[in-house]
Design a protein around this ligand. Structure first.
Ligand SMILES: Nc1ncnc2c1ncn2[C@@H]1O[C@H](COP(=O)(O)OP(=O)(O)OP(=O)(O)O)[C@@H](O)[C@H]1O
Ligand SMILES: [Mg+2]
Length: 136
């Protein structure tokens, strides 16, 4: 059965301070649905990495938060959308240690490990969307 969306919120990602706001909103919504502190922190860490990627590589973008409900309970889904240069080789970008910047190359691969669902779509010249979901 498809999940129902109980609530939608969004935040712009334009500067460093917006990443703090993304972290705070992620923590709040995860707590609201009763996620454990450990799971809240996993979601916050992943969201922080993806918001930073959207800012640094995507030139800014948006985070869309959705509280989901299905037959087994509630979850938090966050979609990071940017209209930057896109990623030419997603498999390479997902590899531990691959970076085109000054990072450790662990943001995407690490985020994937912290959530239940992870999907990334990117079109060169159009932008990148990364979606993560963690169920309570
Ligand atoms: N939103 C994006 N738009 C364009 N390229 C991206 C985007 N997100 C990631 N990338 C590309 O994928 C690479 C890997 O991203 P990842 O987050 O795993 O590592 P990093 O940002 O380089 O370093 P770290 O996150 O560990 O500090 C980036 O170096 C960049 O080339
Ligand atoms: Mg990164």
């Amino acid at each position: 059965m498809a999940a129902e969306i109980l609530k939608t919120e969004s935040l712009a990602i334009r500067c460093e301070e917006d990443i703090v706001l993304v972290r705070q909103k992620t923590r709040k919504l995860a707590a609201d649905i009763g996620m454990s502190i450990v799971d809240q922190t996993k979601m916050v860490t992943a969201a922080s990495e993806l918001a930073r990627n959207a800012l640094i590589y995507g030139g800014g973008g948006e985070a869309i938060f959705e509280i989901l409900e299905n037959s087994t309970g509630q979850g938090l889904r966050i979609r990071f959308v940017d209209h930057g240069p896109g990623i030419p080789d997603i498999e390479q970008a997902m590899t531990d240690g691959f970076t085109t910047g000054n990072g450790l190359g662990l943001g995407l691969s690490g985020s994937k490990r912290l959530v239940n669902d992870f999907s990334i779509t990117s079109v060169v010249g159009e932008g990148t969307t990364v979606e993560i979901t963690r169920w309570k």
